[in-house]
Design a binder for this molecule. Structure first.
Ligand SMILES: Nc1ncnc2c1ncn2[C@@H]1O[C@H](COP(=O)(O)OP(=O)(O)O)[C@@H](O)[C@H]1O
Ligand SMILES: [Mg+2]
Length: 372
């Protein structure tokens, strides 16, 4: 393997085991336990791994418990298949059996063919049609980013407009080319992801942000090439709002990738930025507390909660969530066990009561420790 393989202490610690309710351990072999019902008269929900092949979301305001739930799910899903966490802030590195750290030189898989590379760069850099045209002229199969910038610099433009596009393209490409990542055309081959292991792609030290998006999206494309119905892969995408774009890679994968054996779990504070089209394509929804009206409104429209969303979602406590998937007749209130410790940045952002009035997304004051 081209990157560090480690054995996580926390992953196997007795602390982790005691927080899993007994009934879940009992059923863990066959299904994915989705928390413990707050009402003890309800059965604990346990969904089939196949439910996650039709994708999942973990939603909630900052500090509501999304990353903790993501860690918990990563471990449960890894009993059934390979799991990759695309870890925007490096919150999950202690939980990985394998850590892929591009900033420390671990190579990142990039598409080997020029058309896929063009699509990827178009999405990451938001290129205009004329900039894409100039890029297509110099793209070759397997070309590296640094070499690509040089090719654009050396290109003799055919007219004034082409020169302007060329210069704009150089401005956009250069930060990527000189960022701290090393790419490997075509990926690592299909043996790199350990079966039933959790691999964490640590993006926290990859700069600039466009580079982080490039690495994350090329990882998603790569996973699509290695996953198959006989070799299933689950990918958990933290801070998914940074990667989702109408008609982009994530939107397409959520709409069509199920048949290929890749189950995607999107984690985001902002369902309104994911958009209703994506939400409606997703089978398993785990909805932690939401505080912005815009986000609650989207959930009222795109989940079985309907207008109940306005009453319930702002009031959930940290770690509590409404779970919905096809086998449940209506959303079920559950509590997820705590499996991760607070991050170094002091991540307690909702107070424990969690009860707050919803606010306008525009006017919402940042919660303590919020990153954006
Ligand atoms: N299920 C839970 N039970 C108790 N505390 C939790 C739970 N989930 C999260 N927390 C606490 O809340 C803090 C924020 O959780 P985190 O998962 O980082 O939220 P988010 O990803 O939504 O910002 C954590 O550091 C932890 O202390
Ligand atoms: Mg988080």
């Amino acid at each position: 393997m081209p990157f560090r393989v480690r054995h996580s202490l926390r992953w196997n610690s007795s602390d982790m085991r005691v927080v899993i309710p007994a009934q879940n351990i009992y059923r863990a072999g066959r299904c994915i336990p989705l928390g413990t019902p707050v009402d003890p008269l309800h059965h604990a929900p346990c969904s089939a791994p196949d439910d996650f092949m039709r994708h999942a979301v973990i939603l909630g305001s900052t500090g509501s418990g999304k990353s903790n739930t993501a860690s918990y799910l990563a471990r449960e899903l890894s009993r059934h298949a390979s799991v990759v966490i695309i870890d925007w802030y490096g919150e999950h590195i202690d939980e990985g059996d394998v850590v892929i750290d591009p900033a420390a030189g671990d190579p990142v898989p990039m598409p080997a063919d020029r058309v896929s590379m063009l699509e990827l760069l178009e999405e990451v850099l938001d290129l205009s049609p004329s900039q894409s045209y100039v890029l297509m002229k110099v793209l070759r199969d397997g070309i590296g980013l640094e070499e690509l910038v040089k090719e654009v610099e050396y290109l003799t433009p055919e007219g004034r407009w082409e020169n302007e596009s060329r210069l704009a393209l150089i401005r956009r490409l250069s930060p990527l080319a000189y960022s701290n990542i090393r790419s490997v055309a075509g990926g690592w081959g299909d043996t790199a992801l350990g079966d039933k292991l959790v691999s964490v792609l640590d993006l926290s030290r990859v700069h600039p942000v466009s580079s982080r998006r490039l690495v994350a999206l090329s990882m998603l494309r790569y996973l699509e090439t290695v996953a198959s119905p006989g070799r299933r892969v689950f990918v958990i995408v933290e801070e998914a709002q940074n990667l989702v774009k109408a008609n982009g890679v994530v939107a397409r994968q959520v709409a069509e990738v199920r048949k290929k054996g890749l189950g995607i779990v999107l984690v985001t504070q902002s369902p309104s930025r994911l958009g209703e089209d994506i939400l409606l394509n997703i089978n398993v929804r785990i909805i932690h507390s939401l505080r912005s009206w815009a986000d609650i409104e989207v959930m009222a429209r795109s989940s079985a909660l309907g207008s109940e969303a306005y009453r319930v979602l702002p009031k959930l406590r940290v770690g509590e969530a409404l779970v919905e998937y096809h086998a449940l007749s209506r959303p079920l209130l559950v509590r997820f066990p705590k499996v991760i410790e607070p991050g170094e940045g002091g991540e307690h952002r909702l107070d424990d009561a969690g009860i707050r009035e919803p606010v306008d997304a525009e006017e919402a004051p940042p919660l303590p420790g919020e990153r954006h």
